[in-house]
Design a protein around this ligand. Structure first.
Ligand code: SF4
Length: 822
């Protein structure tokens, strides 16, 4: 029953049912919090379209009144809050609907910020303390076991996380201890690298890990370092950090340092010693600072007037001046973790030229169906983040088994992402084996089950015994590895395969002839073709609007002079997140600005992509004035962002000059990302060394290697008809790039078709037909296209596979064996 039509201020008392805690908060405080939140974040981006339609556009007051009316509390804000807060306090805040209106969890977190404010984090030592802090309902029968869990695998929570957990089951699932952690299935200990000396670990020739701090402000339950002995290891001292710096100084092959822990940001002294020490080592190119605090403890960066953020930005400038860079790596798992604070941190870093890249462990029953990842990655992308990896499965150690999924489930997530997510934010799907990472169906695959071991699979990796000789002879003495016929290492990996079709065996020997070397004038002609013809302009459906082509569910191409018909098409489909403007960007700066202004009123578009071949051929054409102009267009922001990205194309490493580094740095310092596509061309760049060199140089230059097109572009269809790409070489390329490069250099291996792009091996199947190859597009079906254009009909020449996916011929690609991947 409604109790008041409140005008004057009153106090609400809220009693949390399981903790017994009592909190008081004034109505005016709650209303002010609600109005402020709704004014700034009450939109489709944060609250979902349905909720945004209910509260409509307007200021905070009008949205608040609309919410009260829609939920049946018009004029009764106190009753609204009593109902909502009682539900949360009673442990029912996970899906809260009033009068059919589902309240977004991010709004509920904003309410809780008024009721249980506070920063910092708390170490939890007992079940009682856990209940008291979190209001978590732990049955009496489980309490002793939960106490054992807490003693075995320490628990720590931030105030920020506690508020999120009260209203999101998917956040609670990551941080709350659970009884099954006592199960003993899985490995006992964390794998700590091939080479391990104090705070330094080394798994790869070109990069090392510095473990600067052993603890974290929050402990994820799926952590691979979750054992108490890991948590209780003593932190290194700055002196030990300098010893590790000395090791790097005497190892010229080390180019990148991953600075991690625990959370290294919790140990400022060590962080400073590492950055300042490594800054002086000539051959070090990149420092990758890893922290999950952006997601679960943003206060760390924002407190004291964002002092820590300012420190990182200052250090980044210092490193930039001497040709080095800082990047920040972080984890996000579920969209419920994304807060305005975390987006603020990401966009602030990116605007200052610091790339932020995201890694996502794949957790059973949390982010394993697809749509939640699409929403997560879209949110993060708008703030400027790059999506790097999805790790499948999560680490197979004791206490983690509820999070495990069969490998095939993780691999299949690629099908959903390729169909429904922007190509710019599709992470690489990889598995971190004990000897290093592999990418599914390009640099590695599952060979077979390990005999008599139900829970182990042989995984083909890109690594060789020689690779480890230089720094970690230990790898050669492992008993769980074998060297296969092609000379790479297979390793036993603890996981279920799921779908046995993904056990594909060993790769036979290469039999195809090598393409003859293209002449310089032929290469020049191919470069000209890239400049003159837009390689990815073809529409997959008829849009009914002349000036717009639909490249994907999320992406359209428009002309620089696009008009109202094009904008109307974009505005009416909320799935469109990316607008790519054709033509040379530098010839259309005014039009680009006009398009950006127009798109600003279409909130579901969060990326404006422009093309520039001049960036490849004449980078100095990007004068300071033009860069400043583009910087003004780039709207990296927390609310309704419109991120600017520049696309360019390269063929060979010789296309890149020092000028590219200078110009890229200037664009990056405006928060503008440059990404490069590369077409694989027979006799030009179709071998592993050339693509590895190109990948390495693109990364050194600061350009993101986006797609390596294997086949299907116009330039490939004409040239590769006589100089075909052997699918075998694609695996060789992926193997070398993964093994010898940085993980940040790896492109997506893409086949372009008239019906859309697919990932080599991962979302496509190659079908050998005599000398020709057909490609099955396993991520698309007829309903996908009819959802874009109801009248859609498959073009002539398209077959449909037994499983309902289109199959198209792929000229310029050959397959010389029946092995599924190469
Ligand atoms: S942030 Fe990383 S290291 Fe820390 S508990 Fe979580 S997974 Fe483990």
């Amino acid at each position: 029953m409604k109790t008041d039509r409140n005008i004057s201020d009153t106090t609400l008392d809220i009693r949390f049912e399981y903790s017994g805690e009592q909190k008081s908060v004034t109505l005016s405080q709650l209303e002010e919090g609600a109005r402020t939140f709704l004014e700034i974040y009450g939109n489709a981006q944060f609250c979902g379209k349905e909720f945004a339609d209910i509260i409509q556009q307007g200021n905070g007051q009008s949205k608040w009144e609309n919410l009260l009316a829609a939920t049946g509390f018009e004029g009764y804000p106190k009753d609204f809050f009593k109902t909502v807060l009682s539900a949360i306090a009673g442990g029912e805040g996970q899906t809260l609907a009033l009068n059919g209106v589902t309240l977004p969890h991010i709004l509920l977190v904003a309410f809780l910020e008024q009721v249980i404010p506070g920063h910092g984090y708390v170490s939890v030592r007992s079940t009682e303390q856990l209940i008291s802090l979190t209001n978590h309902n732990i049955p009496e029968t489980d309490r002793d076991d939960i106490q054992k869990v807490i003693e075995k695998y320490p628990v720590r929570l931030s105030r920020h996380t506690i508020r999120q957990m009260m209203v999101s089951r998917d956040v609670a699932y990551q941080y709350l201890p659970f009884v099954e952690e006592l199960d003993n299935i899985g490995h006992t200990n964390t794998w700590i690298g091939q080479f391990h000396d104090g705070l330094l670990e080394q798994m790869y020739q070109n990069r090392v890990i510095f473990l600067l701090n052993m603890s974290c402000p929050v402990y994820c339950r799926f952590c691979f370092r979750k054992h108490k002995d890991s948590r209780n290891e003593k932190n290194p001292t700055p002196k030990a950090v300098m010893k590790a710096v000395d090791h790097v100084r005497s190892s010229p092959s080390i180019k990148e340092i991953v600075i991690t822990g625990g959370d290294p940001f919790l140990n400022r002294k060590n962080m400073e010693a590492a950055i300042d020490g490594l800054k002086e080592v000539d051959h070090v190119q990149t420092l990758r600072l890893a922290t999950r605090s952006i997601a679960y403890y943003p206060d760390l960066f924002l407190e004291k007037e964002a002092e820590y953020l300012k420190y990182i930005k200052q250090k980044s400038l210092e490193l930039n001046r001497i040709g080095k860079r800082i990047e920040v790596a972080t984890h996000f798992i579920h969209p419920d973790e994304v807060s305005p604070e975390s987006l603020d941190i990401i966009s602030d870093l990116v605007k200052h030229g610091i790339a932020v890249y995201i890694q996502t462990p794949f957790l059973s029953d949390c982010n394993d169906t697809g749509p939640e990842l699409v929403r997560l990655f879209s949110l993060l992308r708008g703030a400027g983040a790059e999506l790097h990896y999805i790790y499948i499965p999560c680490s197979p150690i004791h206490g983690n088994s509820i999070y495990w999924k069969p490998l095939s489930d993780g691999i299949d997530i690629a099908l959903h992402l390729r169909a429904h997510l922007s190509d710019r934010v599709i992470p690489r799907i990889c598995t971190a084996t004990p000897i290093g990472k592999m990418d599914w169906f390009s640099s590695g695959w599952a060979v077979e089950k390990v005999a008599d071991q139900d829970y182990f699979v042989w995984i083909r990796t890109p690594y060789t015994p020689e690779y480890f000789k230089a720094f970690a002879p230990l790898a050669n003495s492992l008993t769980n590895i074998r060297v296969n016929a092609e000379g790479t290492i297979d390793i036993q990996y603890m996981a279920k395969i799921g779908n046995d079709d993904y056990l594909v065996g060993n790769r036979p020997e290469k039999t195809a002839p090598v393409n003859p070397e293209a002449l310089p004038e032929e290469v020049a002609r191919l470069r000209t073709a890239l400049t003159e013809t837009d390689q990815t302009a073809g529409s997959v459906v008829d849009t009914g609007v002349d000036g717009i082509s639909r490249l994907h569910e999320t992406r359209v191409n428009i002309h620089p002079r696009a008009g109202e018909a094009e904008f109307a098409y974009i505005a009416k489909d909320p799935r469109i997140t990316d607008v790519r403007v054709t033509g040379e960007a530098l010839d259309h700066l005014y039009e680009i600005q006009r398009i950006a202004q127009r798109l600003a009123s279409i909130p579901h578009v969060n990326a404006l992509r422009v093309c520039s071949m001049k960036l490849a051929t004449d980078p100095r054409a990007f004068t300071r004035a033009r860069i400043n102009f583009l910087g003004e267009v780039n709207a990296l922001s927390v609310v309704t962002p419109l991120r600017l990205e520049i696309e360019t194309w390269f063929v060979l490493v010789s296309d890149l000059t020092p000028d590219h580094t200078v110009i890229t740095r200037r664009l990056n310092s405006k928060g503008i990302t440059i990404y490069a596509n590369v077409p694989l061309l027979g006799g030009v760049n179709d071998n592993d060394t050339r693509i590895h060199d190109l990948a390495y140089t693109l990364r050194s230059t600061g350009i993101e290697f986006h797609h390596l097109y294997v086949a299907g572009l116009p330039v490939q269809i004409s040239w590769n008809a006589a100089h075909p790409i052997d699918s075998y070489d694609v695996v060789d390329i992926a193997t070398k790039v993964r093994r010898e490069g940085s993980g940040r250099e790896i492109p997506r291996y893409i086949i372009a078709t008239p019906l859309g792009e697919v990932d080599y091996g991962l979302t496509s199947t190659m079908i050998r037909k005599g000398d020709a190859v057909d490609v099955e597009l396993r991520c698309y079906d007829e309903t996908y296209y009819t959802s874009l254009a109801p009248e859609f009909q498959f073009p002539e020449g398209t077959a449909i596979s037994e499983t309902g996916h289109p199959v198209v011929p792929m000229p310029g690609l050959i397959k010389t064996n029946d092995f599924v991947v190469s």
